[in-house]
Design a protein. Sequence first.
Lengths: 100, 399, 313
Amino acid sequence: MRTDVHKINEQTPHEELTEGLMMFAGGTSKYFQTGEWRTSTPVLHEDLCKQCLLCAPVCPDSCIPVKEGKREDFDYDHCKGCGICAAVCPFDAIEMKEGR
Amino acid sequence: MAIKDRMSGNEAVAYAIRQVNPDVMPAFPITPSTEIPQMVSTYIANGEMDTEFIPVESEHSSMSAAIGSEAAGARSLTATSSAGLALMWEELLLAASNRMPLVLTLVNRTLSGPININCDHSDGMGARDTGWIQIYAENNQEAYDNFIQAYPIAEHADVHLPVMVCQDGFITSHAVENIELMEDGVVKDFVGEYEPEEYLLNPGKPIAVGPYSVSNYAMEAKKNQEIALERSKEVILQVAEAFEKISGRKYGLFEEYRTEDADYIMLIMGSAAGTAKQAVDDLRLQGKKVGVVKLRVFRPFPAKELAKALSRCKAVAIMDRCESYNGNGGPLGSEVTSGLYRNKVMIETVNYIYGLAGRDFTVNEVYDVFAQLENMIENGQQAEQYQYIGLRKQEAPSE
Amino acid sequence: MSNYSLKEIMNKPERLAPGHRMCAGCGATIAVRAVLRALDEKDRAVIGNATGCLEVSSFTYPYTAWEDSYIHNAFENAGATLSGVETAYKALKKKGRLPEDETFKFITFGGDGGTYDIGFQSLSGAMERGHDMVYVCYDNGAYMNTGIQRSSATPMYADTTTTPVGSQSNGKMQNRKDLASIIADHDVPYVAQTTFTRDFKDLHEKARKAIYTEGACFLNIMTPCPRGWRYNTPDIMKICRLAVETCYWPLFEVDHGKWKLSYEPKKKLPIEEFLREQGRFKHLFKPGNEDLIAQFQAEVDRRWEDLLFKCSR
């Protein structure tokens, strides 16, 4: 039986946890939000972005989605605000702003 | 049709492995279990089975690889003894906590030091709290039969736990005795195909094994594992019943030998049960009311059932082929007495340590044990509650 | 001729989901994402993982960041565990219990602790037996998960919590072990050393070769750790560039026994450029410690010359 991650939380009775704490599902961490860790936030200036995509592979948190060869806006539910993307952007199209 | 043959315990288990033809076997040689992977490799080399054998570089890796292959959806096993089992210790816990129904055939040998290759149960007993089901054999026939029952127990939906099938090093593993084998087809039908529901190699249905878990889940997971071990007791009996139908041989959690009216019982495990039974037969001829309880399933520990079986006797000799170094006796000594107490069976017990590192255990020594029990009850002669058998001692100084 | 296109590669569906608990700016997951992008979309994978930062943070029950099947077993046995998985694949294929058109690839990740040190035997065994798998070491040069203790991958003079700099100590006393060479000496079909470069071409092509070369392959990827190395977190790409340009971390591959240099700096930068950015080497820049930097430079030079020699044969 496939696991529904939404049915498991720290109040779940032992009978309803998965056998051996295995997860019979992939990629369930996307339902855990790490965005609240941020102390500074990347902001994309679309007018400056040349879609070179150099920012996409350097994100440790898979937070720069690429669709049809173009990057989209940040996944703020998960972005931890490390600032690597802003540092690699050759066009200053990503600005780190204080706070969340 | 049963096939009558003569085989050593290792040959019998290797023969059973060939008949079951599991998918993957990683193994590393260690005396006295080495013959098992050798024989399996030979069967494979001659095309008599098609298990994938992995000649790993250590026992830690053999259990690690077995966990990997089992999680991947392949019926897996390994074999080891002594220090090999000790090296696996961390992985034994993971096999059980990850709920992997794999099988380990253990040929019991003492743990170092000193290094010694002969039999006692310190290896198996050292792994007694790792979450494995442990089944001990008296002889080659039982080693063969227990192996064939192992996967149906391990893979049962109520269980999903690993099973350790144990036989005594050299005494059973290397001594050639008569045996009744079953036909290949009968064994294959009994064990069946392995059809796990969830596994790593299930296309399009990924799973994740071996998480980090915060306390809020870890305690619940451990309880679930314990429940599975408790439930396995019933499954072990069901599988034994099914096995009796195809073999005519009856198995339970333990065997009771001439205990119906026994005043004195020896509780023992493994090959030495044969010695104890011989002594009981001799003593019965002299009118002594003595019997043997041979423990087959050590994990899950059948405390309640044992307490009931012992409740009618006056005294029991609890025989440990293992020293616990707890200053208070052996593992069976601790667990049996706690089982008796909790079930309010207040009989006398004496815990004997015997046969360490291959020390002989003789019929005469069994006579002495029963004499001591009788003397304790009939004549009020106190017996040391925890003592060694067959140990050389300095003569007591003369008065 | 390479036809690498970052645009095309980045278009592939992500195989490492967000929501894992690695530190902000961690190098390890940058490496994981890059390796997984080298998989063909149609191919499935089983990922192995040694205990370490990556494991405790990427599968924290009930949240797995892995879109593919994943197994963590223990610290020292990622090689052996994946050996078992890969062998199971062979067994199930042989017995017809897996559809013929399904292909699985086997990739395991371990930190330098789980790879260079405690997992070294298990790795060596798996490589020697030739399982069709890739072992990826994400090398951040110390036991970061337990709090920055030295490993055999830690460079000389690094300040770690078990080689702390003090009045009687200049940090770690020994040079780092050259693991890529050691695994190459197992005569496996493919070994490569890499790190992050601007467009990730080097890492991508090496990961692809490792995944699609039959047999046991090994990748050693330098993945800076902002906590342990104490550099300015956003500067990870600069740190990697300096590691390569100073020849501290040369990019090379050993393809079926043939050593090939992947990149030769036009002008080799002095090692200070790499060291200066990192707090773990701060003490080397105190007056009077010039000889320590000179020794560090001498070791980098010696290893670089040795690599050039191997690649010239």
